[in-house]
Design a protein. Structure first.
Length: 168
């Protein structure tokens, strides 16, 4: 799929024709080749890319709530894609994806009332998120979270049983 690096339309008012055309192209791209009932992470200012929605729900959220400002910053500052370069060049590694996911979870959870202290369950959850961002070991490029995700991915792709995973 061709990479369109012109995301500047996201900075325009949602009432402009250019923004509407950009939204149509964006929605078409992220839902390309999917079934009607399939979902994707909604990048609106309310869902922060953490909540999965259908095509019509994503469109409605973006029209009514706009894009999450961090999503827009990331897209607008995205470096141009050169088709002559290596296919893996410029692709985020698992650890940066995990860190972005954890940051999105924290942003999503903390976007409520700023004066309210988190309850004990939320504090435990945030402690787990912080621990997941730690390096797997000294000098490691992997975080604890990215390692666990890779291990789970291997388990699923290789058909490992729960018992064989425990033995590992």
């Amino acid at each position: 799929m061709a990479h369109d690096n012109n995301w500047s339309w996201m900075l325009l008012s949602r009432s402009t024709a250019e923004w509407q055309a950009g939204l149509d192209k964006f929605i078409g791209t992220i839902f390309e080749g999917t079934y009607t009932s399939e979902t994707t992470a909604c990048p609106c200012s309310r869902c922060h890319g953490v909540v999965y929605k259908t095509k019509s729900e994503v469109r409605m959220h973006l029209v009514t709530k706009g894009f999450d400002e961090n999503f827009v910053k990331e897209k607008v500052n995205d470096p141009p894609c050169n088709d002559d370069r290596d296919a893996n060049e410029g692709v985020a590694d698992d650890s940066s994806f995990g860190n972005n996911l954890v940051s999105a979870l924290i942003r999503g959870a903390s976007s409520g009332n700023d004066n309210e202290e988190p309850n004990e369950s939320a504090k435990k959850f945030f402690d787990l998120l912080k621990e997941a961002q730690q390096e797997l070991g000294p000098g490691s490029q992997l975080t604890k979270l990215s390692f666990m995700v890779r291990l789970f991915q291997l388990k699923c792709m290789s058909g490992w049983s729960n018992q064989s995973t425990l033995v590992l």
